[in-house]
Design a protein around this ligand. Structure first.
Ligand code: NAD
Length: 291
């Protein structure tokens, strides 16, 4: 049993924190909007009114917040948890992850950046993929807790490396969705029956997890999230910013980032990222065969 503080009880954080309670850990949760903290308490968690209250006495502090500024905003309060291991599972910039890790080290805390992949369902089922940056000994200390929320837990390098791998993950996923959307738009324009087309594409080298998991909803034009366009827009900003800092061009990533920005500008920010299809159809003058 570990004393855990859990900050950020949103779509991902709430089910993750509840799984930790069910595994027998003592979990104190806090969310900026109190209704989410109350939902956590209803499911067996301890509720705290502030970050400081939540982290007092914690052995492990987990943060699951939207973006880099949110993690920076709670840092001073998290650092009051002297000697704790701070595991930030939010998707943020590697630069911020490294600077937060340095601040924490100065304050006597250990840190891991441990962003996740696997979506809300993965959080509910406790089957997330977790890419971890930090010291090996700290990864091993956190592993029993990480194994409650994830199935694939890989130490990928020093502080910030987890976030860099996550940026690469988001680049690949967005690029694949973009090309699947272009392929569907082409097939549609030619009047090809999309269902058998997707079936045969899935069996060959063009097959992908995106085609398997997203294409059925794309064919039905159902875009309930899932992973929101707004969050993927944020993540592509992180990927391009990291590339710029590294002096590395990402030409395909730059194009797909613009398409994601267009999805947002067209009012689709709250839809699933597969709504990139709407942008491609729009560029082609609309869906021609009435999907
Ligand atoms: P979310 O917006 O649902 O949850 C974030 C929560 O943090 C919200 O409840 C918000 O009120 C709370 N919060 C914000 N600032 C706070 C503060 N200062 N103190 C306390 N609480 C605060 O987002 P989410 O979908 O749970 O995603 C969280 C992170 O995980 C993001 O970085 C996202 O990119 C990443 N992620 C999400 C998914 C997904 O499918 N949703 C998948 C993988 C990774």
């Amino acid at each position: 049993m570990t004393r855990i503080a859990f900050i950020g009880l949103g779509i991902m954080g709430l089910p993750m924190a509840v799984n930790l309670v069910r595994a027998g850990h003592e979990v104190t949760g806090h969310n900026r909007s109190p209704a989410r903290t109350a939902r956590f308490a209803e499911q067996g968690g301890r509720a705290a009114d502030s970050v400081r209250d939540a982290v007092a006495g914690a052995e492990i502090v987990i943060t699951m917040l939207p973006d880099s500024p949110d993690v920076e905003a709670v840092a001073a309060d998290v650092l009051t948890a002297r000697r704790a291991l701070w595991v930030d599972m939010s998707t943020i910039s590697p630069v911020t992850a490294r600077s937060v890790a340095a601040q924490a080290r100065d304050a006597g805390l250990r840190t891991l950046d441990a962003p996740v992949s696997g979506g809300e369902q993965g959080a509910v089922d406790g089957t997330l993929s977790i890419m971890v940056g930090g010291e090996a000994a700290d990864v091993e200390a956190a592993r029993p807790v990480l194994e409650v929320v994830g199935r694939t837990i890989v130490h990928v390098g020093p502080a910030g490396a987890g976030q860099t791998v996550k940026a690469a993950n988001q680049l690949i996923v967005a690029g694949t969705i973009g090309l699947v959307a272009e392929a569907l738009t082409l097939l549609d324009a030619q009047g090809v029956d999309l269902t058998p087309a997707v079936e045969v594409l899935s069996g060959g080298l063009a097959g992908s997890a995106v085609l398997d998991r997203k294409s059925a909803n794309m064919l039905r034009h159902e875009f309930a999230p899932g992973f929101r366009v707004d969050l993927h827009h944020k993540d592509l900003g992180i990927a391009l910013g990291t590339a710029r800092e590294s002096g590395v061009p990402l030409p395909l990533g730059a194009v797909v980032a613009q398409l994601m920005a267009a999805a947002r500008a067209q009012g689709h920010g709250d839809l699933d990222h597969s709504a990139l299809l709407l942008v491609l159809e729009n560029l082609a003058g609309g869906s021609r065969h009435g999907r």
